[in-house]
Design a protein around this ligand. Structure first.
Ligand code: WTA
Length: 652
C-alpha cells in the first residue's frame, strides 16, 4: 500500500458558519437537530431507518431492517418491495408536481427541452413497454452508452421500472472498454445514439458500439437514439431506432410498475481498482434509493422551488445518484447539460445558471480550477444571484479553489457542501449539512446519518486527532455496494481485509480536533485524474499490450488543473527506437484501449524500472521522480541504484 498521501501538513483555520437566512429555511436548522438525528442513526438504526424509509413508497414493507449475518454481504429492508421508477415518477403525479419540470435539458449546440413529471412518466412507461417487447426480463443486463440527453435518464428509469439491471458506460470510453464491460456482465441489449455533441465535435457512439460488438456475443439488440443525425450503419435484425419503437402504433403509454424486491439488483457501474480489470460495483434497489433520496434532500436541502443542476455525466456514479435517482425521488427540477463547459465559450455554465435560474449547483474541483484559469470575467458577466447552495465532489478541493467558488460563484452568501463519497458507497457519506455545519475550506467535515467513519493505522487503531491514517467505515449503511458483479471474492479482498472487519475506502484521511474529516486522496494504486478514477494497473496493462513495450509502470503526479496527472515509465523491446513519435503512438494506443481520459500525460522511456530485490516495482520512488521531488525514502532495497539517476535524466 502506498503511503504518499497519508501525511499532510496542511493547516486550515478559516471557518464559515452557514448564513442565518439559509439555516432558518433549511430542512435541518441547528447543530442540536443534526446531533440528535446522527446519534439516533448510529445508536438506534432500527428506529431511524424505518422512519426515513417511510418517506418512500413501498408496495410491501420489509420484515427485517438489516441482515448482516454474512458480512460483508449486507441485505437491507429484507422482504420489502418497492419500485424505483414509481418513487421517482408515479407518486409525484398524484401531487402538485404532475406538471412541474422534471428535466430541463440544454444541448451543447443550444437546443433545449423541458420535460414535466407527467411527460417523463409517459416516456418511461413507453420505453419500459419497448424493453419488455424486446424480450428484456427481470435481472437482464442492459448497457446504456448515451450522451447526456434526456433519453439517458429515460433508459435508466425504464430499466429500473421493469427490474432490468442497467450498466451505464461513459461516452468517453473506447470500443475496447465497452466490449470488456459488455462481456463481463453479459449484456443482452445496448442503448446508444448515432452520436453526441462534445466540444463542438461529434462523438461517434454507434460506431464504437459496432466495433465493440465484434468482440461480444451476448448482445441481441441495439436501440439507437437519433441525436446528431449523421449517417450510421444499422445492422438489420439487430439495430433498431429508438424513435421508431417509441412511435410504433399500438405502443401503450401505460405501464404498471411491478413491486420489486429491496435487494433486486438495480445497476452495475464499472470502476477502476488496483488491478488491471475494472470491477462491476453492484447496487440494489431499496437501500440505494433511500441513500440517494435522503442525501439529496438534506445535503442539497431540496425544496419544490429549487432548480438543481449537477454537472456530472450519467456515466459516473454522481450522475446516477444526483442527476437521476436522488433528485427525481425528491420531485426536484433537474438541469441536464450535454456538453463541455467551454463550448462555445468559457462562460457556458454561468450562462446556463442565469438562463434557468439555477439555485443549487453541484460540480467538481477540477472544473472549478479550470474556471479560475479561464478568468473571473466569465462568471462576472452573468447574473448568478439565483444560486443559494453550492456543492463539490470527486476529489479534495484545494482551499484557494474553495475560496474562489465561495466568493465569485457563491457571492459569499451560499454555503458550500464538499461531499465525500465513492461509487461503492452509493451516496454521500461525509458532508456539511448546509444549514448547520460551519465549513472549513478543503474539509468534507462530518458524517451523514448512519455513517460511522474513522481514521486508523494499519492495525485498525484510531490515530490521534490531526494524524494521517487510513479512512474506513465501521458500520454497514443502506446504500453500500453489495458485491463485485460475478466476483464476490474480489469484493471481500478489495474492501474488507485491509482493516478487518471494517470497510476500507482506499483513501487516506485525517480527523482534526473538531472531528472534521480531511480526505487526502487515494493510498492505493488508483489515481484521480480530473475527478475520474483510473487504476494505474489498468493503464499499465494497456501499455504492455502494445507490441513495442516490454514493461511499464504508471504513477500519478500532482497537476495544477487535473489534481493528478498520469506519468508512465516505459521500457521498450530491444531494437525499438524510443522517440517522441513512439510517445505519441503509445498515448493514442491507451486512448484506444481505454478511452481518452486514460491517456498518459507524460511518457518517460527508461532502460530499467527500479525494483526491490523481490522484483516489485518501487512505485514510491517513481511517484517522487514524476513529481520532480528528491527521493527521500528508503532505497536500500533498490536493485540497481544507477536506475534512479537515469530516470531523473529522462525528465523532460
Ligand atoms: C475521491 C465519486 C476528497 C476519493 C463520487 C474517493 C474525494 C474517490 C471527494 C471516489 C471529496 C470523492 N474530497 N476526495 N469530496 N469525493 N473523492 O468512485 O478519493 O468516482 O475514494 O466516486 O474520489 O471516486 P468515485
Amino acid at each position: 500500500m502506498a503511503d504518499q498521501n497519508i501525511e499532510s501538513t496542511l493547516v486550515e483555520r478559516r471557518l464559515f458558519p452557514p448564513p442565518a437566512e439559509f439555516s432558518q429555511q433549511a430542512h435541518i436548522k441547528t447543530q442540536a437537530e443534526y446531533q440528535t438525528l446522527y446519534r439516533e442513526s448510529i445508536d438506534s438504526p432500527e428506529t431511524f431507518w424505518p422512519r426515513m424509509a417511510n418517506e418512500l413508497h413501498w408496495h410491501k414493507k420489509w420484515d427485517k431492517l438489516l441482515d448482516w449475518s454474512n458480512p460483508p454481504f449486507a441485505k437491507w429492508f429484507v422482504g420489502g418491495q418497492l419500485n424505483i421508477a414509481y418513487n421517482c415518477l408515479d407518486r409525484h403525479l398524484l401531487t402538485h408536481r404532475k406538471n412541474k419540470a422534471a428535466i430541463i435539458f440544454e444541448g451543447e449546440p443550444g437546443d433545449s427541452r423541458v420535460i414535466t413529471y407527467a411527460q417523463l412518466h409517459r416516456e418511461v412507461c413507453k420505453f419500459a413497454n419497448v424493453l419488455q417487447q424486446s424480450g428484456v426480463k427481470l435481472g437482464d443486463r442492459v448497457a446504456i452508452y448515451l450522451p447526456m440527453i434526456p433519453e439517458a435518464a429515460i433508459a435508466m428509469l425504464a430499466c429500473a421500472r421493469i427490474g432490468a439491471v442497467h450498466t451505464v458506460i461513459f461516452g468517453g470510453f473506447s470500443s475496447e472498454a465497452l466490449a470488456d464491460r459488455i462481456n463481463d456482465s453479459k449484456v443482452s441489449l445496448v442503448i446508444t445514439a448515432d452520436g453526441g455533441f462534445r466540444r463542438g465535435k461529434v462523438v461517434e457512439l454507434k460506431k464504437n458500439v459496432d466495433v465493440a460488438l465484434l468482440k461480444t456475443t451476448s448482445v441481441k439488440n441495439v436501440i439507437v437514439v437519433k441525436r446528431t443525425g449523421q449517417p450510421i450503419e444499422m445492422t438489420a435484425g439487430r439495430d433498431l431506432w429508438y424513435h421508431d419503437l417509441m412511435t410504433a402504433p399500438g405502443l401503450s403509454a401505460h405501464h404498471q410498475a411491478p413491486p420489486l424486491d429491496s435487494e433486486q439488483m438495480l445497476f452495475i457501474l464499472y470502476t477502476s481498482g488496483t488491478t488491471g480489470k475494472p470491477k462491476g460495483v453492484v447496487h440494489t434497489t431499496g437501500g440505494y434509493l433511500l441513500g440517494a433520496y435522503l442525501t439529496s434532500k438534506y445535503v442539497f436541502d431540496l425544496k419544490d422551488s429549487d432548480v438543481y443542476w449537477c454537472t456530472a455525466d450519467i456515466g459516473w456514479v454522481t450522475g446516477h445518484s444526483y442527476l437521476v435517482y436522488g433528485p427525481l425521488a425528491n420531485g426536484a427540477t433537474v438541469v441536464m447539460y450535454e456538453g463541455a463547459p467551454n463550448q462555445p465559450k468559457e462562460d457556458r455554465f454561468w450562462e446556463i445558471i442565469e438562463k434557468y435560474g439555477v439555485t443549487v449547483f453541484y460540480t467538481a474541483p477540477t472544473a472549478i480550477r479550470a474556471f479560475i484559469k479561464w478568468g473571473d470575467q466569465h462568471p462576472k458577466a452573468h447574473d448568478l444571484s439565483s444560486l443559494r447552495l453550492l456543492g463539490t465532489v470527486g476529489e479534495p478541493i484545494n482551499p484557494e479553489a474553495w475560496m474562489w467558488y465561495h466568493t465569485l460563484i457563491g457571492g459569499t452568501r451560499c454555503p458550500i457542501v464538499d461531499t465525500w463519497w465513492q461509487t461503492e458507497t452509493g451516496a454521500i457519506m461525509c458532508t456539511p449539512l448546509p444549514g448547520v455545519t460551519p465549513t472549513k475550506p478543503g474539509s468534507c467535515t462530518v458524517p451523514f446519518f448512519g455513517v460511522d467513519p474513522a481514521v486508523v493505522d494499519q492495525k485498525g487503531h484510531e490515530v490521534p486527532p490531526g494524524s494521517g491514517g487510513l479512512f474506513i467505515i465501521r458500520k454497514p449503511w443502506p446504500s453500500m455496494m453489495r458485491t463485485v458483479y460475478g466476483d464476490p471474492e474480489r469484493f471481500v479482498s478489495t474492501y474488507w481485509v485491509q482493516v478487518k472487519p471494517y470497510y476500507f475506502t482506499g483513501d487516506g484521511a485525517r480527523k482534526d480536533q473538531d472531528g472534521y474529516f480531511w480526505v487526502m486522496g487515494r493510498v492505493d494504486d488508483v489515481v484521480n485524474v480530473a475527478g475520474h478514477r483510473l487504476g494505474t494497473m489498468e493503464v499499465e496493462s494497456a501499455l504492455v499490450a502494445h507490441p513495442k513495450v516490454a514493461e511499464a509502470a504508471v504513477v500519478g503526479r500532482p497537476d495544477e488543473l487535473k489534481g493528478q496527472a498520469l506519468c508512465a515509465f516505459v521500457t521498450v523491446c530491444s531494437g525499438i527506437r524510443a522517440d517522441d513519435k513512439l510517445k505519441e503512438e503509445l498515448k493514442c494506443w491507451v486512448a484506444k484501449e481505454i478511452g481518452s481520459i486514460a491517456k498518459p500525460d507524460d511518457i518517460r522511456f527508461t532502460e530499467l524500472l527500479p525494483k526491490t530485490r523481490s522484483g516489485k516495482i518501487m512505485r514510491r520512488l517513481l511517484r517522487d521522480i514524476a513529481a520532480g521531488k528528491e527521493t527521500l525514502g528508503d532505497t536500500t532495497t533498490l536493485e540497481d541504484y544507477s536506475i534512479l539517476a537515469k530516470l531523473r535524466e529522462s525528465d523532460e
